[in-house]
Write a protein that binds this ligand. Structure first.
Ligand SMILES: Nc1nc2c(ncn2[C@@H]2O[C@H](COP(=O)(O)OP(=O)(O)OP(=O)(O)O)[C@@H](O)[C@H]2O)c(=O)[nH]1
Ligand SMILES: [Mg+2]
Length: 342
């Protein structure tokens, strides 16, 4: 199940209480103080993981508590530390305190750790109060409470390139043609209900991540189709690939499709409409002699100043060139970069 926002309570453990104790040894009438300190409470940590793509775990575990520290003991024994709780979140997760705008942490790479709730310190035992003038201390500290927070976690996928277009134009077929991703593909609109990620190898050391999201239709920003809520998952891309179905089977006008998608991107905001783009005419194998449909998209791309590729995601024709074109566009965008996250 794909879940991209959750509310979660994190509670760190309480510190263990300090101990009051005096040494007892045979033949030593009054032993000195030997109460040890309490163990610190466990922390709640969030750790990012590239192999995760959903916050679904928290739907079933909305409250996460670390263990309390154990009290100190005699013979200056410190209480045991409370065990930490480590919660795994997908890379791209943004952490906020419930109801606040401020970002506490944004997980950008694999293996980052964020201390979400700090365990309370263990209290001092009486041994630590002893001085030359205070040899029979009976003071001790109780353990401190652990931090407790209500967090709002939001996943915004991190990918280099996003695929946009009408439903059924072949976006998922395209990502499966250029990467190892194997999303569901079918001949009906809204096959893709949640984002898919694919890592594209370009032969060299460079790799990049492509995100395939559900299709857009006219009025998506008003909630038509699946709406525009998935557009947040391409907010963090550098380049958008507009996939346009040029086969006559759509019964639509390819230029018009592009205009509709652009309008929806504009309505969403976040400069998605002005993001550098590549225009792809797909299903060129199914033109049925209507080459003019393809040529119109080529002219459209020229007018938009966008690189253009004519492909068939189904047969694989043109995909190699498209991959190179994507890598080149990223390179230009980053001024020589283009490598993906590990
Ligand atoms: N002839 C032909 N059919 C294609 C091509 N690419 C995709 N298709 C077919 O078009 C249909 C839709 O493909 P998908 O990849 O599921 O399309 P999508 O854009 O991901 O669709 P949604 O997830 O619904 O938005 C499937 O039946 C594909 O086999 C192509 O290049 N040529
Ligand atoms: Mg799809």
């Amino acid at each position: 199940m794909f879940v991209d926002q959750v509310h979660v309570v994190v509670k760190a453990g309480k510190g263990g209480s300090g101990c009051v104790s005096f040494r007892r040894e045979s033949k030593v009438p009054r032993g000195g103080p030997d109460g040890g300190r309490g163990g610190d409470g466990g922390n709640v940590l969030l750790v990012s993981e590239t192999n995760l793509n959903s916050l679904v775990y928290f739907r079933f575990h909305p409250i996460n508590k670390a263990k309390n520290g154990k009290p100190g003991e005699g013979s200056n024994r410190q209480g045991k530390r409370g065990e930490d709780v480590i919660l795994r979140v997908p890379v791209g997760t943004i952490v906020r305190e419930e109801g606040r705008e401020k970002i506490l942490h944004d997980f950008l790479v694999q293996g980052e750790a964020f201390l979400a709730a700090k365990g309370g310190k263990g209290g001092r035992g009486n041994a630590s109060y002893a001085t030359s003038t205070h040899q029979v201390p009976r003071e001790f500290q109780p353990g401190r409470p652990g931090e407790e927070k209500e967090l709002f976690l939001e996943l915004k996928i991190i990918a280099d390139i996003g695929l946009v277009g009408f439903p059924n134009v072949g976006k998922s077929t395209l990502i499966s043609g250029i990467s190892a991703a194997r999303p569901v593909i079918a001949d009906y609109p809204f096959t893709t209900l949640t984002p898919n990620l694919g890592v594209v190898d370009t032969g060299g050391p460079r790799r990049f991540v492509v995100a395939d999201i559900p299709g857009l239709i006219e009025g998506a920003h008003e909630g038509h189709g699946l709406g525009i809520r998935f557009l947040k998952h391409i907010e963090r891309t550098k380049i958008l690939v507009h996939v346009i179905d040029v086969s006559p089977a759509t019964g639509r006008d390819p230029d018009e499709d592009y205009a509709v998608v652009m309008k929806e991107l504009e309505a969403y905001g976040s400069d998605l409409a002005s993001r550098p783009k590549i225009i792809v005419a797909n299903k060129t194998d199914a033109l049925g002699g209507r080459r003019s449909r393809l040529e119109r998209v080529r002219r459209l791309a020229a007018k938009e100043g966008a690189p253009f590729f004519a492909v068939s995601a189904l047969t694989g024709k043109g995909l190699k060139e498209l991959r190179v074109g994507m890598a080149r566009a990223l390179e230009q965008h980053e001024g020589g970069g283009g490598e993906a996250r590990e």
